[in-house]
Design a protein around this ligand. Structure first.
Ligand code: ZN
Length: 143
């Protein structure tokens, strides 16, 4: 049985060469205030977030040449990188996607921005969109 655990689109990830230059564009051309910056060691990126209604934009700048985001930038240039869905249960969500034939980039969730648990599905198995699941850490001992 397929269960709906996705609540909403949490954010969309956009790869940029320079976080500073991209933040300036979103703030000055679009008039959106940056709601926070963070470095995410597990993904080797620096991020900046913009709240747009119920959805956030996550700008991503690689911090290392071996970051997956650096490889994306080299291959595709700047642009839309992933769509992130907020889910009630990231573990059950991954299992469901795996059973449906998706290739999991992360077999188990890793720590993402904002201290959330995140996991990715490979775009080859999701009709071209790198798909992220994210959830708040709810259980104690998830650390
Ligand atoms: Zn993301």
């Amino acid at each position: 049985m397929v269960i709906t655990m996705i609540k909403n689109i949490d954010h969309m990830g956009i790869v940029v060469r320079s976080l500073d230059e991209a933040v300036r564009y979103y703030e000055q051309a679009l008039g959106l205030p940056c709601s926070g910056r963070e470095e995410v060691a597990s993904q080797k990126v620096r991020t900046a977030f913009f709240q747009v209604g119920g959805v956030r934009l996550e700008l991503l700048e690689p911090t290392s040449a071996d970051s997956p985001v650096a490889r994306f930038l080299e291959k595709h240039g700047e642009g839309l990188h992933h769509v992130a869905f907020a889910t009630d249960d990231i573990y059950a969500q991954l299992l469901q996607a795996s059973k449906a034939g998706c290739h999991l980039v992360n077999e188990t969730p890793v720590e993402g921005a904002g201290g959330k648990l995140v996991a990715f599905l490979h775009p080859k198995s999701t009709h071209g969109v790198l798909t992220e699941f994210c959830s708040m850490k709810t259980k104690t001992g998830d650390e």
